[in-house]
Design a protein around this ligand. Structure first.
Ligand SMILES: Cc1ncc(COP(=O)(O)O)c(C=O)c1O
Length: 425
């Protein structure tokens, strides 16, 4: 503390002196102790951009691309946005919990239109899925009477750990993915659920697990729900891909609704980044199921107390778009068709990639490419194989072998299959 004071004082007097040699000024830098962070996933896109190979492919992007490899704005979103603009709405602040018609409609989408818990939930708009998880983490730290520990799958979306740590929680792993089968380590998962202290918080990806694309089957979800009940665990669902996984919003909400049917009081994060393509609009929702309406009101009041000093209230534009879509039956039906269109394109690309690899004569079992679901596929390729594919074929993806299937198109799939085949055989 003393040395900081002296240094700061010295710096101020140095600043008052007109001609300070650059080296001396640097020696007193306030942020001199700040180390450079490690290279992030963004490194892939930068390397991709710098590559002059015409056949280059970027499979590191976390957003949907159409079959021409271009970002896609859903026609239903364009229409909803047109209506929002035509309505000449004002730009006043939303309330702390957002544009009211949005979170209430989002909750119906997740829990089901006639869910018995709709009047027992506290629900708030959030700054997309990331914001929902952050509010959830903050909620647990402040109000959960059990251990301030959250258990996340291995692997999980890279941001989960940081979000929950920054919320003040301890993050522990549970088994999820089996490298050998390139599938679910269901027994390991159940064993870890049973080994955790009763009342532990477990984070589940509701559908389209990121990064593996490996989801439990409905029967496995039922068993997981049963074990969680037996252990009095608290389930926290992250639903970032509803509709995007299978093309059917109800089917993708299976796990959430099964846990509700079984009586769990879940926490739920929802994102509209992927299923509405509202990435940059930051439209998300967080909800907590209470015992009854009175408890939900108490929870709601405390959520507001958490949110208010963080960002006062959320952005309105994306929420208005999402709300138009969710609350207008015709637009809703159109949107559902468009989500299915995106999901179907991804499923088709998975099939095509597998077929091409098999047609090239690959001796490997590629069935996991088509059995996995959602935007991401775990290829099972090793880091050194990924490196070779990138170096020799200009196909860019993360070292863990994860590819973003939405980066595959009917035009580039041949080059991709060839690259994988040449390296993997
Ligand atoms: C599993 C998972 N959860 C949450 C998110 C949150 O995304 P956003 O903050 O853009 O809604 C993502 C985005 O990639 C994700 O993959």
């Amino acid at each position: 503390m003393l040395s900081t004071t002296i240094k700061t004082g010295a710096r101020h007097s140095a600043l008052r002196t007109a001609a300070v040699p650059a080296a001396a000024a640097r020696a007193f830098s306030i942020w001199g102790n700040v180390p450079k962070g490690p290279p992030a996933i963004l490194g892939i896109t930068e390397a991709f951009k710098a590559d002059s190979n015409e056949k280059k492919i970027n499979l590191g992007v976390g957003a949907y691309r159409d079959d021409a490899g271009k970002p896609y704005v859903l026609p239903s979103v364009r229409e909803a946005e047109k209506r929002v603009i035509e309505n000449k709405m004002n730009k006043e602040y939303a309330g702390i919990t957002g544009v009211p018609e949005f979170p209430s409609a989002a909750a119906k989408l997740a829990y089901g239109n006639d869910s018995p818990v709709l009047d027992k939930i506290a629900v708030t708009q959030t700054i997309s899925g990331t914001g929902a998880l952050r509010i959830g983490g903050e909620w647990l730290k402040r109000w959960y009477s059990g251990d301030k520990v959250i258990r996340i799958p291995t692997p999980s979306w890279a941001n989960h750990k940081a979000i929950f740590q920054d919320s003040g929680l301890t993050v522990e792993p549970y088994r999820y993915y089996n490298k050998d089968t390139i599938g679910l380590d269901f027994d390991g998962m159940v064993a870890d659920l049973k080994a955790a202290p009763p009342g532990s918080v477990f984070l589940f990806h509701a559908c389209a697990h990121n990064p593996t694309g490996v989801d439990p089957s409905p029967a496995q979800w039922k068993e997981l729900s049963r074990v969680c009940l037996e252990m009095s665990h608290l389930p926290f669902f992250d639903m970032a891909y509803q509709g995007f996984a299978s093309g059917d919003s109800d089917a993708d909400a299976f796990a959430v609704r099964q846990f509700i049917r079984d009586g769990h009081k879940i926490l739920l994060s929802q994102s509209f980044a992927k299923n509405m393509g509202l990435y940059g609009e930051r439209a998300g929702v967080f909800s907590i199921v209470g015992e009854d309406a009175e408890e939900a009101k108490r929870i709601d009041s405390q959520l507001k107390i958490i949110i208010r000093p963080m960002y006062s209230n959320p952005p309105i534009h994306g929420a208005r778009i999402a709300s138009q879509i969710l609350n207008d039956p015709k637009l809703y039906t159109q949107w559902q068709g468009e989500v299915k269109g995106m999901a179907d394109r991804i499923i088709t690309m998975r099939k095509l990639l597998r077929e091409k690899l098999e047609a090239l004569g690959s001796k490997h079992d590629w069935s996991h490419i088509t059995s996995q679901i959602g935007m991401f596929a775990y290829t099972g390729l090793k880091p050194e194989e990924v490196e070779k594919i990138t170096k020799n074929y200009s196909v860019y993806f993360t070292k863990d072998g994860r590819i973003s299937v939405s980066g595959i198109t009917s035009k580039n799939v041949d080059h991709l299959a060839e690259a994988i085949f040449q390296v993997k055989g």
